[in-house]
Design a protein around this ligand. Structure first.
Ligand SMILES: Nc1ncnc2c1ncn2[C@@H]1O[C@H](COP(=O)(O)OP(=O)(O)OP(=O)(O)O)[C@@H](O)[C@H]1O
Ligand SMILES: *[C@@H]1O[C@H](CO)[C@@H](O)[C@H](O)[C@H]1NC(C)=O
Ligand SMILES: *[C@@H]1O[C@H](CO)[C@@H](O)[C@H](O)[C@H]1NC(C)=O
Ligand SMILES: *[C@@H]1O[C@H](CO)[C@@H](O)[C@H](O)[C@H]1NC(C)=O
Ligand SMILES: CC(=O)N[C@H]1CO[C@H](CO)[C@@H](O)[C@@H]1O
Ligand SMILES: [Mg+2]
Length: 425
């Protein structure tokens, strides 16, 4: 196997209908997820078609996991290894399929007669199915999952773990929904699985997300669906029909690449009254960078050099890049209000307050003449977060990072509480 040239592949850990899982001898805790060579016989034309599909499906999985990973969602995916294999964290899989729906369609309509196709769920509708081929993956209640008392990689799947998976599924759906919206495509529903990372005992998104994991309706129009449902709906499997299915999957795998790029740019320009506030401004820049936002620092005083302040402002108004200004000025903040009165871009005051006069100084950022709409955020990290929220309105990659960070904060609080309860027992 040429593809294994640089990997020391150990024994096979698991094998299913479509994948084999191998241990990696030099990388404990990681596995190789390898697609199976399903084509044994049949005519050549059929074979070509299948091979095309394999790499399309794999491209899709890799791009989707990359988007989630870069957003900050914890996943098993590490990196793509070849056309048909990727490296992942070794997990023990939790045998529950999580289904998340925005729009009612498919099996939901059968199980809930009376509901019309197209009904929109806000909040998202969550369902769980126990992975049990012999019984056609029955739907399970939360109580049934708890009663099963699963234990994987030393972690018992209880109330806390179910809540974490529930919340994570919602965040993952919203991130993918936001990303697909940039292609004017509706994410209708999605199914995913979680595993317990054997090394960290963390619950992570695992397995794959491919043609069979979601429904995608371009322009929200069911008749343009691009997912595996097209295949299921075929009355007759003709070569022409299979070509159409393949074209649809190709459209998905091409579009999915675009999800990794943002169509909108955005930047933060921090104006400081003097370099003595540099440390405060560096904190803003660092936080902006964590959201993937370009941040520029400038020194200018609205009191001592107002002509320069307005010239710098014009520089950033002149190139059509959406910009959020952050004004950092101690004592009397003239900078933010002067900017705010002279630009239509948003201005955030982030004054570096000192203990002696802070309570008085802050009023120069709060009490404004009429017609000014600047905001004031005291912590430098929070000012950057607010700027990211503004830029995130048009830039899905920034929005996705904010969304994942909200999930991760929620999960760490939950885990901290769980640990505290365990200690006090
Ligand atoms: N990162 C991972 N670590 C360990 N096992 C994994 C990982 N990702 C997937 N698996 C498991 O590998 C096995 C083979 O996958 P495959 O999709 O071929 O199974 P399957 O026949 O479809 O059965 P299933 O219904 O469990 O998905 C599955 O049990 C899957 O859960
Ligand atoms: C998921 O969480 C929501 C909101 O808390 C709750 O209504 C729902 O019952 C949960 N679903 C499952 C399947 O756990
Ligand atoms: C969808 O992808 C899977 C692999 O992820 C593949 O086995 C299957 O053939 C594809 N579906 C269709 C309808 O081609
Ligand atoms: C996007 O989808 C909407 C329907 O949701 C449709 O009316 C509109 O024409 C589409 N826009 C583009 C640019 O394709
Ligand atoms: C690793 C991985 O996702 N492999 C998939 C590549 O595509 C083939 C065919 O579509 C699947 O069978 C594999 O599971
Ligand atoms: Mg599977």
């Amino acid at each position: 196997y040429v593809t294994y040239l640089y990997l020391n592949v150990g024994k096979k850990l698991n094998e299913g209908k479509t994948k084999q899982i191998f241990e990696l001898v030099d990388q404990p805790g990681l596995v190789l997820v390898q697609s199976k060579d399903q084509i044994t016989a049949g005519n050549a034309a059929r074979k070509d078609q299948m091979e095309g599909k394999a790499s399309i499906a794999n491209k899709t999985t890799c791009c989707v996991f990359k988007l989630l990973q870069e957003s900050g969602i914890k996943t098993a995916f590490v990196k793509q290894h070849s056309e048909t294999a990727f490296i992942a964290a070794h997990c023990e899989m939790i045998p529950i399929e999580w289904v998340c729906r925005r729009v009612a369609t498919g099996s939901f309509l059968k199980r809930n007669p009376g509901v019309k196709e197209g009904y929109r769920f806000s909040p998202l509708k969550m369902e769980m199915f126990f992975k049990d081929d012999a019984n056609n993956d029955p739907q399970w209640s939360e109580e049934q999952v708890l009663a099963a008392d699963f234990s994987l990689a030393g972690l018992t799947i209880g109330r806390c773990e179910v809540d974490i998976m529930n919340r994570s599924t919602v965040a993952i759906f919203e991130i993918l929904e936001k990303a697909w919206a940039t292609q004017n495509c509706t994410l209708v529903d999605m199914k995913i699985e979680f595993g317990v990372n054997v090394k960290t005992q963390e619950i992570v998104l695992a397995d794959v997300i491919d043609n069979d994991s979601w429904r995608l309706w371009p322009a929200g129009d069911r008749s343009q669906q691009k997912d595996k449902q097209v295949y299921r709906d075929l009355k007759e499997v003709t070569p022409e029909a299979m070509q159409m299915v393949k074209r649809n999957f190709e459209w998905v795998s091409e579009s999915v690449k675009l999800l990794l790029e943002s169509q909108a740019s955005g930047r933060v320009v921090v104006l400081m009254g003097s370099t003595s506030d540099m440390a405060h401004c560096e904190k803003i820049r660092k936080a902006c960078t964590s959201y993937g936002i370009h941040c520029i620092l400038r020194v200018t005083s609205a009191h001592k050099g107002p002509d320069e302040t307005l010239r710098i402002k014009a520089e950033y108004e002149g190139d059509c890049v959406p910009t959020v200004f952050v004004a950092v000025a101690g004592r009397s903040n003239g900078l933010g209000p002067v900017m705010s009165g002279n630009t239509a871009y948003p201005v955030i005051n982030c004054p570096p307050l000192t203990p002696d006069w802070g309570a008085q100084d802050v009023w120069s950022s709060l009490r404004m003449p009429s017609g000014l709409g600047c905001s004031t955020v005291l912590s430098p990290e929070a000012a950057a977060q607010f700027a990211a929220q503004i830029i995130g309105l048009n830039n899905h990659l920034v929005w996705c990072k904010l969304r994942a960070s909200m999930l991760n904060t929620w999960v760490s609080l939950k885990v901290a509480d769980q640990k505290l309860q365990a200690c006090s027992l």
